[in-house]
Ligand binder design. Structure first.
Ligand code: IPE
Length: 257
């Protein structure tokens, strides 16, 4: 069986983060193109960006059911918005003739965090899943981040070649927040024992920003897999990362030493 590459398309990368439900078609298309060119079997996990975080924040969906607070509409709307973003991603991949199947997590996953329940679905071509509002036994519903899906796919898929997080606006993990970073602030190799000064836009981000991504990536690296963060706006880097060529970015290494 050919190897598989697990790839996250960050929500901030594929949407215009501050404008509600606006996809970045250009970036989506460039990512779809490199996925096609790579010829690899892929699991693509995409984020939500402005199709998920803004309304989830408004309806306080990550907190689960809050008595006396109307959230049903919010759950429905965010699920619909995510289906829309997902259909844009899938159509773009299909345009390149790829065999794609998408599995909306609210139909098969329950619970949040990396230990959510549900059997991971796979397609023999390109499997697509995404961060979603899912049912939860304790709090009725919650937000399952794409970063948690990344952990499970990285750990449970057979024959994983490498695991890549494509991000918007940054070359990888930086020593200081992007607004203050210079070109030598890129951390080329990172493990969970190292510090960095992350910035979490908690006013718009309902999951965990770069901190969550780094923690999930190190969970994967600790299982011995190759994990890389790259700038998703530079499609050649995403391409090189997928096919396993050396590329500018942050390599996440195991902290179990
Ligand atoms: C968030 O998923 C899902 C919702 C808000 C519905 P992610 O955590 O994977 O999204 P991004 O990549 O940060 O946008």
């Amino acid at each position: 069986m050919p190897g598989i590459v697990i790839l996250k398309w960050g929500g901030g990368l594929i949407t215009h983060k501050e404008k509600i439900c606006e996809a970045n078609y250009e970036i989506i298309d460039s990512l779809a193109n490199v996925c096609f060119k790579s010829g690899k079997r892929l699991v693509i996990v995409h984020g939500a960006g402005s199709f998920g975080h803004l309304k989830s924040k408004q309806f306080r969906l990550s907190e689960g059911n809050i008595d006396g607070f109307e959230q049903e509409n919010g759950v429905r709307q965010v699920r619909e918005d995510m289906l829309l973003l997902n259909s844009i991603v899938v159509s773009s991949l299909e345009k390149y003739g790829l065999s794609v199947k998408s599995f909306p997590p609210h139909t098969w996953a329950k619970g949040t965090g990396p230990n959510f329940s549900g059997d991971l679905p796979f397609h023999e071509g390109i499997t697509v899943v995404y961060g979603d509002v899912v049912d939860d036994d304790g709090q009725e519903f919650g937000i399952l981040s794409g970063d948690d899906l990344m952990v499970r796919y990285a750990v449970e898929s057979e024959n994983v070649e490498r695991v890549i997080f494509a991000m918007g606006g940054v070359d990888g993990i930086l020593r200081v927040p992007p607004s203050r970073a210079r070109s030598d602030d890129l951390i080329e190799e990172w493990s969970q024992n190292m510090q960095f000064e992350g910035e979490h836009e908690s006013n718009i981000d309902v999951t965990g920003g770069i901190g969550l991504k780094a923690s999930r990536a190190s969970m994967i690296a600790n299982t011995g897999k190759e994990v890389l963060f790259v700038n998703g706006e530079i499609s050649e880097r995403v391409y090189s990362a997928i096919i396993g060529k050396r590329v500018i970015g942050t390599r996440i290494v195991s902290g179990n030493s």
